[in-house]
Design a protein around this ligand. Structure first.
Ligand code: SF4
Length: 418
């Protein structure tokens, strides 16, 4: 284990809840519908996080129960039934309907698993109903995906076929590129979970090797292990280094020599290194502070330090699963300060004391920090942008170099006016 410094912190938090992940899950599985059992606050959150109209149903599969409907449990069940019936009638293309729980105490009292079971019986063969929690009390925003994927696993049939299963939502074009690279390496049976169509779930079994594309899927991993799948432990495919080690780990588990992997990816690496140069020039030596939100923080810190030469002040993460993150932690420089959990006020004090050049944080903290003259980057952008893979390394670096470059230009212009 790398000699990083582990700290834990608890207190007030400032993070998005798991409802946010609906935005990218719906994009990935357009035949699925996410019925948020929540209040107007929940609708507002998704609307502001996603920047889309929540009620534009063809684009965005969410519906909200009115607060008045949550006043009584009996009423809430009735209302849920009414909304579901209405939805299924109006939207026959819906194949999978996720009931997503939220925070209000009236919603917590509802047993959504039982509701889903009853609806499954009623709409047998037409729509499948699943449930998970997106509540801010239980989840941070990427954990919503973990809950959604976990709920799908019981529906996956078993198979003895040898295969590689990439687990975690990827942009479709990134998935296609990964599959092409794996094919060239010699791994031909590659599937993805979640799939592009919610009803076309991959079959799994003892000869399924799971390769995670996202670091925040602890519950999903646990369930896949219960189903007998083998987990390939590797750094995550962010940046050139992480992606290379990710491909190598997959190839090793299929007994493919490292040489074959290098043969396939070397041209990609050469191109990516060149493209990265412009960004490294801007990022080199700049101080970075990552506040906890997405659970991507450790992988991002590794990329931004090792490949873009940024200095790490502190790396926050909402949760730290040391099994899944061990390979990443080993790649961090010695004495990197990792903080699991959050006490937002203490963390902001440390931000102010250490004068970082860039802070990666949630949208709620970005504006106040910018107002104090501290430059920020929203963590949520990392889950909405196609950042995985060797050929995306420069784009990933660009997400961080752009705000710094913009500020450099602004500063130069300001000085020129004096
Ligand atoms: Fe809804 Fe709770 Fe998320 Fe607020 S934190 S949007 S109430 S689920």
């Amino acid at each position: 284990m790398s000699k990083v410094e582990f700290n834990k912190e608890a207190g007030p938090r400032e993070v998005f809840c798991g409802l946010t992940s609906i935005v990218w899950l719906h994009r990935r599985m357009p035949d699925a519908f996410f019925l948020v059992v929540g209040s107007r606050t929940c609708a507002h959150l998704i609307q502001s996080a996603a920047g889309v109209m929540i009620f534009a149903e063809p684009r965005f599969g969410t519906a909200i129960l009115e607060e008045k409907d949550l006043a009584g449990l009996a009423d809430a069940h009735e209302e849920l039934d009414r909304v579901v019936n209405d939805l299924i009638k109006r939207r026959p293309e819906i194949k999978t309907l996720f009931l997503v729980g939220s925070c209000p105490s009236e919603v917590i009292k509802l047993d959504l698993a039982t509701v889903a079971e009853k609806l499954n019986k009623r709409f047998l063969g037409q729509v499948r109903f699943l449930n998970y929690s997106g509540s801010g009390i239980e989840t941070t925003f990427t954990q919503g995906e973990d809950g959604a994927l976990k709920s799908l696993i019981p529906l996956m049939e078993s198979s003895d076929e040898e295969k590689l299963l990439m687990v975690g939502t990827l942009a479709n074009n990134v998935e296609d590129r990964f599959k092409k690279i794996f094919k060239n390496i010699g791994i031909t049976n590659v599937e993805s979970f979640p799939p592009r169509e919610s009803t076309k779930l991959p079959k799994i079994g003892k000869r399924t090797r799971v390769l995670l594309t996202q670091p925040y899927l602890c519950e999903t991993v646990r369930e896949l292990k219960h189903k007998g799948c083998e987990i390939i432990y590797a750094p995550f495919p962010l940046g050139i280094e992480g992606s290379t080690k990710w491909f190598l780990a997959a190839a090793q588990s299929f007994n493919i020599p490292n040489l074959k992997v290098h043969e396939v990816i070397t041209p990609l690496k050469t191109r990516a290194l060149k493209a990265l140069e412009t960004h490294t020039k801007i990022l080199k030596g700049k101080k970075l502070f990552l506040l906890p939100e997405s659970q991507l923080e450790i992988s991002l810190a590794r990329f931004l330090h090792n490949e873009c030469e940024m200095d790490l002040i502190e790396v926050g993460t909402p949760y730290l699963n040391k099994d899944l993150m061990e390979k990443e932690l080993n790649l961090l420089p010695e004495n990197t300060k990792i903080v699991e959990g959050q006490h937002v006020e203490k963390q902001l004090d440390r931000v102010r004391e250490t004068h970082p050049d860039l802070v990666v944080c949630g949208m709620g903290l970005a504006n106040p920090l910018e107002a104090e003259g501290i430059h920020t980057k929203w963590s949520i952008e990392m889950v909405f942008s196609p950042i995985h893979g060797i050929d995306q390394a420069a784009d990933l670096a660009g997400l961080f170099s752009r705000p710094l470059r913009r500020n450099q230009i602004l500063n130069t212009k300001t000085l020129a006016t004096f």
